[in-house]
Design a binder for this molecule. Structure first.
Ligand code: HEM
Length: 141
């Protein structure tokens, strides 16, 4: 009982972290874009850190989510809405891995991250997070 409550709390806390870094990095990028400027070194470091936090919170979401699914529902075959949630959550995790790898490689080679990749990734990330939240709401209705 208390373990389930703790896992749910961890699941919700990770949602807060993944959502806030996604919104935060989006706001920072759009402010710089509107000012027609490239993020300075410190801001670039902040954005990189946001990327790591996002990835870690998605991994935490997966770990807590897997344990919750098995304990509460005996597996992942809950309903079709939950299946869509899992597909979108997988894509989000893959996207976060890819973006972190891209940012890591660009900073290693002293290049700024590719603008188009970052823009598409931020937009897809937002869309996927919305899909996960809507399907979670429907799945556990
Ligand atoms: C981006 C990733 C994820 C987000 C944003 C997310 C979001 C949510 C939200 C908002 C809820 C609450 C739904 C409600 O109680 O009405 C929830 C519950 C739940 N999630 Fe996730 N989730 C994510 C990933 C996962 C993954 C990967 C799994 C499983 C492998 C999972 C399994 C569960 C389960 C089993 C519950 C229901 C717990 C209960 O019955 O109260 N989640 N999730």
């Amino acid at each position: 009982m208390t373990t389930i409550i703790l896992l749910k709390f961890i699941h919700y806390l990770a949602i807060v972290f993944s959502g806030s870094v996604l919104v935060g990095s989006g706001v920072i990028q759009s402010v710089y874009k509107k000012a027609n400027k490239i993020p300075d070194l410190i801001t670039a470091k902040v954005l990189k850190l946001f990327g790591y936090i996002g990835l870690i919170s998605l991994i935490v979401l997966w770990i807590s989510g897997i344990i919750l699914s098995i304990n509460l529902y005996g597996g992942f075959n809950i309903n079709s809405s939950f299946t869509i949630k899992l597909i979108a959550a997988s894509l989000l995790l893959g996207l976060s891995f890819f973006v972190n790898l891209h940012v890591f490689n660009s900073s290693k080679n002293n290049f700024p991250p590719n603008k188009t990749i970052m823009k598409i990734a931020t937009m897809s990330g937002r869309g996927l997070l919305i899909i996960v939240l809507i399907t979670a709401a429907i799945a556990f209705y």
